[in-house]
Every structure is written in C-alpha cells, then in structure tokens.
Design a protein around this ligand. Sequence first.
Ligand code: SAM
Length: 448
Amino acid sequence: MEMKIVECSGLNQMAKGICLDGKEKIFVEGLLPGEVAKVQIKKRNSKFTEAILIEITQKSPHRVDAECTIADVCGGCNLQHVSYDEQLKIKQNHAEMMMKIQDRQGEYDFKQIIGSPQRLQYRNKSFITFSYDAQHKIKPSFYIENSNDLVPFETCFVQTDNMNALTQAVAETLNYFDVPLYNRKSREGVLRHICVRENKAGDGLMLVFVVAKAEKKTFIQIAKAVQLRFPLVQSIYMNIQSHASGVLLGKKDVHLAGAEYLVDEVSGVEVNITPQAFFQVNPKQMEQLYEHVLTKMKLTKDVHLLDFYCGIGTMTLLTAKYVATAVGIDVVNSAIEMAKLNAIENGIENADFFGEDVEDFLENFEYTDVKELAAIIDPPRKGCTPEFLTQLGELGPKKIAYVSCNPTTLARDIVQLRAAGYTAGPIQFFDMFPQTMHVEAVVILEKR
Ligand SMILES: C[S@@+](CC[C@H](N)C(=O)[O-])C[C@H]1O[C@@H](n2cnc3c(N)ncnc32)[C@H](O)[C@@H]1O
C-alpha cells in the first residue's frame, strides 16, 4: 500500500483533483484545489497515476456538505461538495483553459459565466434505473460511476419533486408486477431503466419504460396503474433497447397511455416533446441562453435565418418572429416532424424545416435572395465536421451564432471559421448543469 501526501492544484474534466508530485500527475477523486491530503496509490501507468483519498489534512474553504448522500458514488453530480460560487469559478477557468489549449492563437474575450437560476431541482429530464433491496422490493437506483453496480436513492436533488415522486410511484407499482429488472452483467431481464421528463409549469410529466424485450401488454397495465397513482403523468411510452451496449434509448418507441406528447413552453412558444426529442434539461437557464442568442444576433426582418442542428425547432421558432424566414435543419426526422407541428400549433408561418444531415442540406442549398443570411449552429458534443464548416464558410452568412456544450470542439471549429473569414465575438458561458463540470457556451461570429 503506497501512501503519499499531495496538494491539489486543479480539477480535470471529471472533477478529479490534479496533484503534481515531481513529474508524476496524480488524479484524486473528491479533492479540491488548494487541499492537501493523504492518498493511497491505486493505479499507475506511463501517463498518470490514480489515487484514493484517505484523509484531507488541509481543507478548502469552498468545501461544503453535499445535499445528496450518494453524491460521491453516483457520479451524476461530481461538484456537489463545492460551494456554488466556487463551482462557477472552476467551470469558467476549466472551459477557458480547454479553449486556449485547443486554439493557442485565439485571443478570446471571455465573459463571466452566467449562473443557473436554480442550483438544485433544475433538471427536467432524468434516466433512473432500479434494484432489489434485501426484501426483494424494487427501489429507484443509479449506477455507481464506471461500474455495473447500483446504489439505491430516495431523492435525487437535481431533479424536481414531481420527478422524484413519479420515480417512487413507478418503483412501488413495479412491485405488483412480475417484470424482471435487466442486469447489465448477465444481460438478462426486461426493464433497463425509465426516462422521466417534466414540463416547466410542473403540470405534466412524461414516462418512458426502456426495455430489453417488448412486453407491451404488461407495460400497458403498468402504465395504467402508474397513471392512477400519479395523475400528472401526461404521456407514457415503452422504448425498446435490445442492444447490449449502454445506449440509453433504442430507436423504437411504443405509445402505452395518455397523450402522444409532453407539452411544454419556452419563452411563449409552445413545444410538443416526444421521447426521443432533444430538449435542454435546465428550462430556466435555457430561456436565458436563447434570449442571449436573440439579443446578440440583432436579427431584423431583412434576415433569412438557417438554424442548423435545430432539434424540435425551439430556437427556429423563437427567432422566426424577428426575421423574414427561418429554416431549421436536423438529421432526426421525428424531431423535424415535431418542429413542423410546433410551428403550426404556434401559428408561425415563416418557418420551415428539413429532415437532413446538415452537409446534405448545404450541398443542395442555393441562395439567390437579396436578404442577409444568418445562421445558428448548435451541434452535439463532437462539434461540426470540417466539411460542414467549409460549406458554411463558402455560403458566407453575415453572422453565425455558435451554441456549444463542449469548449474543446467549439475552439477547434472557431479555428476553421476564422480561416474562412470570421471573427469570434465574446465567449459567454452558461451554467446549464449545476453540480457538474459541464458548461454551455455561446459565441457570435461575424464575417470580416
Ligand atoms: C445539441 S442538440 C441541439 C438542439 C436544438 N438546437 C435545441 O436547442 O433544442 C443537437 C442536434 O443536432 C442533431 N444532429 C446531430 N448530427 C447532425 C447532423 N449531421 N445533421 C443534422 N443534425 C444533426 C441532433 O439530432 C440534435 O437534435
């Protein structure tokens, strides 16, 4: 058992404390910058060493007691033991550093991160699994980080009261049915997990049973029983995920009970949400972020707007009333169907949507109108492809709003857009995911 005394100088992407001991880089889970601790070496390889925290001998003034008793094992909230002000500083510094490492030439104007209106109970969507207790009763649980083992919980502090209550109601209901829980190790059983969503008003929830095998009749009965216990559930689905992989949702959704969609509202626009739909998880912060995009883009009725990676069209519809026309593009056809329905239900007539890969869309897009072109791009974590950025640069919209959930790929893509003639404005970070290391960023790029 090798022990060491180390001092933490920063956090890595997984919120593990980084400690330098000579040339050795030691990662220690749970340690905060400025803290000194006794650690036990667990694993060593040529690049880094991992150690277990044994005792903190010098505590950070920013250390707080986590609200949640399983925060240190579940891995969902790896910053709950840090005061919120300090979380914001950590995230700001980390995101800035990631961008500077990726883009050493970039001279960025980083603005102070905008904190979340809610630090706890902010999530409108969660995946929850179940385990058996000693009496073989079904309990809501989360997977322990990097493991197939489960830890039961009563309350998840980042999800809403209704979502916690619904999760408990599902667990209690499941005890009356003979549905074996799926086991990731043996790959046997049926119910993998549930996905719970709640709308911003708190008057409607969606429940999705994610199963390894479709047992429709049984799940219709379970759905009805859950509805009786918890009438706020608007819509219940079964999703079939029969692969051994850890993918959370399969491709097929089967409607079981209630409405087809969960109805929500974003800054006055009503949106219908399906089980597969991408929708930001922190609704109040989402509105602040979208508002920021609108303000900074300074859109006018002389603008034709292209909203790439539009999902169910939330931003396309929000921007439509400020521009001549708004077009949303997303590769997921069901999201585009939803976006079209959302446009009709909101009486928005100057928005159109295309279910295509962004590269395929631009391949066939010819623009001859005199109106100014502007674009929003909001890609997944991996960012945009170089091919798409080349096409976009050639198209040459006057302004591009880039919304990103990954500072590294954002900086990489800015490098390419800079070479294509764009100048990046200030970088505004948003804390969309309190208690975690994740940040969202918005930057407006203007054609030189
Ligand atoms: C971060 S979400 C953005 C959603 C939307 N802008 C919003 O605010 O709700 C990323 C979206 O990119 C879509 N997507 C991923 N790769 C794509 C591609 N190659 N072409 C078009 N859409 C893509 C996904 O389906 C997803 O809806």
